[in-house]
Design a protein around this ligand. Sequence first.
Ligand code: HAX
Length: 426
Amino acid sequence: MGNLLKNKLASILPALREEAKSIVKEHGKKNISEVTIDQLYGGMRGVKGLVCDTSEVGLDTGLVIRGIPILELTDKLPEEIFYLLLTGELPDAEALKDLQDGLKSRAQLPQYVIDMLNALPADTHPMVMLNTGILAMEYDSEFRKAYNTGAAKANLWEFMYEDCLNIIARVPVLAAYIYRKRFNKGDMIQPDKNLDWAANYAKMLGIQDDNGKLADLMRLYMVLHADHEGGNVSAFTTYTVGSALSDAYYSISAGLNGLAGPLHGLANQECLAFIVKMRNDFGHSPTDDEVRDYCQKLLDSGRVIPGYGHAVLRVTDPRFTAFLEFGNSCIPDDEIFKIVKQLFEIVPDILIKQGKAKDPWPNVDAGSGSMLYHYGLVEYEYYTVLFSVSRILGLSAQLILARGMNASIVRPKSVTTNWVKKQIVS
Ligand code: HAX
């Protein structure tokens, strides 16, 4: 059970390795990117420095997974997306069921993780709980055991696969437990083997969902956040740590610590907090003029408008469009969702006039929180955990493929300021 995907990978990896080997052998010295001083000081933005085949983000297309634009994948299950990320194909019914059954059979959260979470201060941030929980489960790493007992380099990916599947299976149980504990919602709810991965997560949160809309939203949310190519903070960190042959628990936990930053995953928490505060500051649904003034004042005080701008994108993030479509069909009259739409009409013009942000358009975080809020997930400190549960699909796929390709240890060259000055003179 759960082996069809692994067998599929075993059948495609040799050809992928051969292809990479021959590209390097025949064209290894070909120049494909240059680095300017702007980029040196600007977070290496745009420097082409690693290969990631799971997905790509075009500045004018947004997220494309294995050649399929994300807006064409919104009716899929997260499990199907994971299969697609890894293999480049969507699973047939048998492969999907096999993967789902495999995940269900691995979904037990160890008692030591529960005990450890219970020992943390009650108001610990949910992201600290999640990342600590994942790191603690390193105790069970198959990869580390295989490495320590001399597994061949060419087979290490199989153990990375086992660790990643265990993490993917357990993380909704862990994340739901964190929600219930951190926000005093009562006892843990056990997984339901009849439900798919995302619906099961929604059920374990314990939020009333009579018409199944929260489960629908959760499936969509998990699909939209699953991957965003290889150079973003969480993906690049995971890849780098994994390149030292640290196992998936170390690597993913490290990556998610980056996702916890306000310029990355934490932005969705900040975005909803910003909208709810605006609503509360006015004491009523704000008019367009009030929204415009409010945003202008925020900019004038030197702060960023949460949910707008992106390091790569230069168009409205299609993932925002997907949430907008969901909101328009399910919660068109929701007060917070209406403010999301007002901001979409107003903020880009303000940012264009200010002339600083390279991308004045909404990113994925501009809309997701309003929907979660509507369906009763109102504790926005928790939102980055949801993002993380989804992003673990992509981080895992990238780690498994990197190990399958025997990826080298990451080691770019740093330079000193004196070296830079010498380049300027010469
Ligand atoms: N509001 C105000 N100013 C903004 C802005 C915004 N939303 N977005 C960018 N700018 C400013 C930057 O702060 C920067 O100002 P300085 O020159 O004074 O430093 C300038 O515009 C140029 O920035 P940029 O090159 O366009 O953007 P970066 O690639 O440096 O940063 C960010 C991209 C996403 C971090 C940025 O747009 C931002 O801070 N946005 C708000 C926070 C946010 O929504 N983050 C979530 C991003 C999505 C994501 O990764 N989720 O995980």
